[in-house]
Design a protein around this ligand. Structure first.
Ligand code: NAD
Ligand code: UGA
Length: 471
């Protein structure tokens, strides 16, 4: 009887690494390999110094320490892992397509397709392929087509089933989300394979949380869940702008609205716009899918969620320029937080990138602090992400610096912009800050984390997102 003993995961990224680590911890009898074509990344996962793991997640290094080289192995040998495995998770990147048909809207599936082709050539016996990556609806059909067409003749006794098992973890709380998920979604058309995958999760997830659907419902549910979450953020961000002009306060409005049990309080925190590698990409996929099926009104509805998000980032940048007398040349600005949210080293689609690029373009010098993101990542983001911005970076001029010491960011600066909600930013010594900054000085609090009245006592100007007192 077919029984899953060995599994592998193709893609050792933000999803593959933590997901397999948690499976390894909860299923000691399973032999698990995570493989990747990126050798540097694999070396970092194998690093003796657990501070060097390529993904920062609270609680991750402790799990890696307990399971690595016991039942969890990191390797670049993709072929060997495919050949040995009964179940293969595909957890590769699916970014937005840059060129050709659907560019800027649908996902680039080259990495998924290349996995399917490799599996079709190398796998032996019966193999269950699990889509872990977030994919456009109907991708499972593409994978099936590639796999089934590889069967050479009737004597070829290899067989494949394809399941969809999207991941719902959020960065910064990945381990908590994986250990205690709201639900585990398994989409498929082969009951036995679905049960095999379910058995793995049953090692730590209660049965009532495991949902079975057909393949297309599963693929669509993942896109829809992200679209709903992002839509709440755009909704509250649009209200934040109304607060600022009417005298209302976004935290008070958000609290009052969220107390309605039908609405709920989560994901109602206004900020500089959602970042991260997925929300925008997944909504754009939904937009593309809707347009493809002629559902233009549906496409426009979701497109607006992305547009409000871009508008929010731009309007914050404009507020900054306006309050600094329309001129940023020769001004030093402290940037507190560069990742797309707190507790992660991930900067993909971080609002900090577009805001910082626009400020540099205005002639400002940025002094950037982030507790987790590496300076080299910031350098790459600032100098490779100007595509959408009218930007004239001059590499001859030194436009930014990285500071480990927050107070050095403030020294002789004209303004400070708070972009992430790291706890450390909530307890700064404003007495000390007031003695080292220039005057007049502006604080821009895009996450509403600072004590507005207290900071004003130090003769510091403060603009707070969604705060009607700004006037
Ligand atoms: P990532 O870029 O961090 O990792 C993907 C890895 O796949 C890379 O290391 C890459 O080298 C590797 N890879 C690509 N093609 C390969 C191949 N043919 N063989 C071996 N390795 C290959 O991406 P991620 O953030 O882990 O996201 C992966 C998928 O999960 C995406 O579809 C994303 O939408 C989805 N997702 C991400 C999150 C998140 O929080 N990051 C959460 C839920 C779902
Ligand atoms: C999000 C979803 O929360 C996950 O369920 C999903 O699996 C994942 O995307 C994915 O598919 O990649 P993630 O992007 O890691 O997770 O982080 P979130 O906590 O959702 O934050 C996304 C962005 O929204 C951040 O920039 C965050 O600052 C912002 N946000 C979030 C707000 O501005 N307000 C909020 O109330 C919540």
């Amino acid at each position: 009887m077919f029984k899953v003993k060995k599994i592998c995961c193709i893609g050792a990224g933000y999803v593959g690494g933590p997901t397999m680590a948690v499976i390894a911890k909860n299923c000691p009898e399973l032999d698990i390999k995570i493989v990747d074509i990126n050798e540097t990344r694999i070396n970092l996962w194998n690093s003796n110094d657990l501070n060097n793991l390529p993904v920062f997640e609270p609680g991750l290094s402790e799990i890696i320490k307990s399971v690595r080289n016991k039942n969890l192995f990191f390797s670049v040998n993709v072929e060997e892992a495919i050949r040995e495995s009964d179940m293969i998770f595909i957890s590769v990147n699916t970014p937005i397509k840059q060129k050709g048909l659907g560019a800027g809207e649908t996902s680039d599936l080259r990495w998924v397709e290349s996995c399917a082709r490799q599996i079709s050539k190398i796998a032996i016996g019966h193999t269950i392929i699990v889509e872990k990556s977030t994919l456009p609806v109907k991708t499972a059909q593409t994978i099936k087509d590639i796999l089934f067409s590889s069967k050479k003749n009737n004597k070829d006794d290899r067989s494949f089933t394809v399941l969809s098992n999207p991941e719902f973890l959020a960065e910064g709380s990945a381990i908590k989300d994986l250990e205690n998920p709201d639900r585990v979604l398994i989409g498929g058309d082969d009951q036995k394979s679905m049960e095999e995958l379910k058995k793995i999760y049953l090692n730590w997830v209660p049965e009532r949380k495991i949902i079975f659907t057909n393949l297309w419902s599963s693929e669509l549910s993942k896109l829809s869940a992200n679209a709903f979450l992002a839509q709440r953020i755009s909704s509250i961000n649009s209200i934040s702008a109304i607060c600022e002009v009417t005298g209302a306060n976004i935290n008070e409005v958000s609290n009052a609205v969220g107390q309605d049990s039908r609405i709920g309080s989560k994901f109602l925190k206004s900020g500089p716009g959602f970042g991260g590698s997925c929300f925008k990409k997944d909504i754009l996929n939904l937009v593309y899918l809707s347009k493809y099926y002629g559902l233009n009104e549906v496409a426009n509805f979701w497109k607006n969620v992305v547009e409000i998000n871009e508008w929010q980032q731009k309007r914050i940048y404009k507020e900054i320029v306006k309050r600094l007398f329309g001129n940023l040349a020769d001004k030093k600005i402290a940037i507190l937080g560069f990742s797309f949210k707190e507790n992660t080293n991930d900067t993909r689609e971080s609002p900090a990138i577009s805001i910082c690029n626009n400020l540099i373009n205005e002639g400002a010098f940025l002094s950037i602090h982030d507790e987790i993101v590496k300076p080299s990542t910031i350098e790459k983001d600032l100098f490779q992400a100007e595509k959408n911005i009218e930007n004239n970076h001059n590499n001859e001029i030194y436009e930014w610096e990285f500071q480990f010491d927050i107070y050095k960011c403030f020294k002789d600066s004209d303004a400070a912009i708070f972009l992430t909600e790291m706890p450390i930013y909530k307890n700064l010594d404003w007495q000390k800050i007031s003695s080292i900054i220039k005057n007049p000085f502006w604080v821009f609090d895009t996450r509403s984390i600072l004590n507005y009245e207290y900071i004003k006592e130090f003769n510091i100007n403060i603009w707070q997102l969604g705060n009607g007192l700004n006037q």
